[in-house]
Design a protein around this ligand. Structure first.
Ligand code: 4MI
Length: 407
């Protein structure tokens, strides 16, 4: 191990330097064109545009995610270091904290979005998915993003939380800002912040106890507070996490799996022959095109990665989407294959921060896919596929499709 030495810009000597900007529009629209250039030079690279470390290989990304004592979340999981810059909103009590606080809040929310509560919602979600798909298939053509992938989570998620009806359209505006805010202060973030003022105010108000129905997840968070698990203020902020994380992620998760099936028609055929593969299709889609492409961590101590020493208190960018396509780990990584073993993919992260809502996301995806597979023989792209640039999410804006109903 050679010692780390600093040069003028703070870049360590023994590290490959990469000049790519992973938050520039071209990168965000098609990150896969750049991942080799991030993975191949070494297990850790120096991003000279931002003077930060980055890891894009499966092994290192996963190791960092599960080592939460070395790779902290409490200084933010975006580029901004909360130890140096004021966060744009009060930090999340789940995502942007470390143990022991994290473990207390996590267990509260885990008991709120419990398997038992999902079990009771399942029949409603299934029938709403079937009704929505039925109506769209009768139309013959629709936008698989706005008409289906956005419409479905918006039909079921705010009701499950018990949110007020008024202003629900603010959810997607707010979420886009949350995910842009993990990136640098580029044009995307600045523009997003300008539109977010109203949405942030709505979210704050929607999370108040008096604005919630009494039978939803929102009320359950406040009941946990009544029982002494957290304060009322913590309850409000924990509920904000559900609203931040629960819509834009599943919207794009659903849109992406539909897109994948249009791009790999033989996989669609396979799915129609065996609809029980819907669960695997959802999982493979998250591996093949991870909705959350990146998260940062901050080192708690000096840490050796290959020949490089990363100093303590340093931001490290983790490329989850690149790890999920690392040829060192996955055979034929660019191929969408619903029968492959996706075990170990980091599309939901890994370790103590691994997606709290993953069962919700899986169910939503499965219900939509099951309905589509039952009701359509074929689904083809019927117009320009448009992406929406976001500093964190690989997002779709429009996916016009034409469908042939099942006979
Ligand atoms: C992984 S996406 C996400 C998770 C949590 C929060 C936001 C986004 C939050 O605000 O807690």
């Amino acid at each position: 191990m050679t010692n780390l030495q600093s040069i003028g810009d703070g870049a360590p000597l023994l590290i490959p330097k990469v000049d790519i900007d992973p938050f520039e529009e071209q990168f965000l629209l098609n990150p896969y064109a750049y991942h080799d250039a991030l993975r191949d030079p070494g297990p850790v690279v120096w991003l000279s545009r931002y003077n930060i470390f980055a890891m894009a290989r499966y092994e290192e990304v996963r190791s960092a995610l599960i080592d939460h004592e070395t790779f902290l979340s409490g200084r933010g999981v975006g580029l901004s270091d909360f130890a140096k810059e004021e966060p744009w909103r009060p930090p999340s009590l789940l995502l942007e904290v470390d143990p022991p606080l994290h473990d207390r809040t996590r267990s509260i929310m885990q008991s709120v979005v419990s398997p038992a509560s999902l079990k009771t919602l399942e029949p409603v979600w299934t029938s709403k998915a079937a009704a929505l798909v039925d109506q769209l298939v009768k139309q013959g053509g629709f936008d698989a993003v706005s008409d289906l992938s956005e419409a479905f989570p918006m039909l079921i998620f705010p009701d499950a939380v018990g949110l007020m009806e008024e202003g629900r359209e603010n959810l997607l505006v707010y979420a886009a800002t949350v995910f842009n805010a993990f990136g640098p202060r580029n044009r995307l973030l600045t523009e997003s912040m300008n539109t977010a003022r109203e949405a942030s105010a709505w979210v704050a108000s929607a999370c108040k106890r008096e604005n919630l129905r009494e039978d939803g997840w929102g009320a359950a968070v406040y009941e946990a507070a009544d029982n002494g698990a957290c304060t009322q203020e913590e309850a409000q902020r924990l509920l904000r996490s559900l609203l931040s994380a629960g819509v834009d992620t599943t919207v794009n998760g659903i849109a992406t799996v539909i897109y994948a099936l249009t791009q790999f028609p033989e996989q669609w055929k396979k799915l129609r022959e065996n609809p029980r593969l819907v669960r695997k299709a959802g999982e493979e889609s998250l591996r093949w095109d991870s909705t959350v492409q990146t998260f940062f961590r901050t080192t708690a101590r000096e840490v050796a990665i290959g020949d490089t020493l990363i100093p303590k208190h340093t931001k490290v960018l983790l490329f989850l989407g690149a790890a999920n396509r690392d040829p060192r780990k996955w055979e034929n990584p660019d191929r969408f294959d619903i029968t492959r073993n996706t075990s170990g993919h980091v599309g939901f992260g890994a370790g103590i921060h691994q997606c709290l809502g993953q069962m919700i996301a899986r169910l939503e995806t499965q219900f939509i896919l099951s309905a589509l597979v039952e009701k359509c023989q074929a689904i083809i792209v019927d117009g320009p596929v448009l992406r929406r640039a976001n500093n964190t999410l690989h997002a779709l804006k429009s996916l016009p499709v034409r469908v042939t109903p099942s006979s």
